[in-house]
Design a protein around this ligand. Structure first.
Ligand SMILES: CC(C)(COP(=O)(O)OP(=O)(O)OC[C@H]1O[C@@H](n2cnc3c(N)ncnc32)[C@H](O)[C@@H]1OP(=O)(O)O)[C@@H](O)C(=O)NCCC(=O)NCCS
Length: 181
């Protein structure tokens, strides 16, 4: 095995703060219809709009955006949105680059984001909305400890039809002590 292959195989994926220099990568994701179909948004975002939003949101206490990288390569985007410091909850969102899917990166990124939410931000609850038909995502979330709270019928429109969304959530106590009943 070459050194490069060896480094690639053993480099653990890690989350770090999203930088302005990452926006070209995000632009690619946000203009991919196969990705945005599951983010409940049309695949139509300019780089300038992403830069404006980045500048506006800098320093916000209500949003933490991360890049997942491994071996120096960007492989995904993770966001903790609508961070509420009274109710101590937030929404979780994730995209893994289509060319990097199926390698366990979503599971690693979800763990990293939950660690940050519960161990760094001291949140109480993390919730998400997922297309009910997005079986891979639902599987990753259940494996990570999220439980279904309910189904929102015909909640969003994508790929020519109204879609149901499943709301899932996980609580700090259950995440930090999985043996708790
Ligand atoms: C959903 C998404 C985040 C998954 O990322 P990923 O890196 O491919 O996920 P992982 O490799 O960590 O794990 C995928 C898991 O789903 C399983 N899986 C894949 N397809 C599946 C399916 N059709 N049904 C059930 N499970 C499935 C895999 O076997 C794997 O399970 P395992 O870890 O127990 O072996 C990625 O496909 C993505 O970004 N999609 C586009 C945007 C999106 O849907 N975001 C989520 C919005 S809520």
């Amino acid at each position: 095995m070459s050194d490069a292959t060896s480094a690639e195989t053993f480099a653990a994926p890690r989350l770090r703060a999203l930088e302005r220099s990452d926006l070209a990568f995000v632009h690619g994701l946000f203009n991919d219809p196969d990705v945005m179909r599951y983010w409940f948004e049309p695949a139509h975002t300019t780089l300038a709009d992403l830069e404006d939003a980045f500048d506006r949101q800098r320093g916000s206490d209500h949003l933490r955006r991360f890049i997942l990288e491994t071996a120096g390569r960007r492989v995904g985007l993770v966001e903790l949105m609508y961070i509420d410091h009274v109710h101590r909850n937030c929404e979780f969102q994730i995209i893994i680059s289509p060319s990097e899917q199926g390698r366990g990166y979503a599971s690693a990124a979800t763990r990293g984001a939950l660690d940050f939410a519960f161990r760094a931000l001291n949140l109480h609850k993390v919730w998400l909305l997922v297309d009910t038909e997005n079986a891979a995502a639902v599987h990753v979330y259940e494996k990570s400890g999220f439980a279904v709270e309910g189904v929102l019928r015909q909640e969003f429109f994508a790929d020519g039809a109204y879609r149901d969304a499943t709301r899932m959530a996980i609580f700090a106590d259950d995440y930090l002590d999985p043996t708790r009943t």
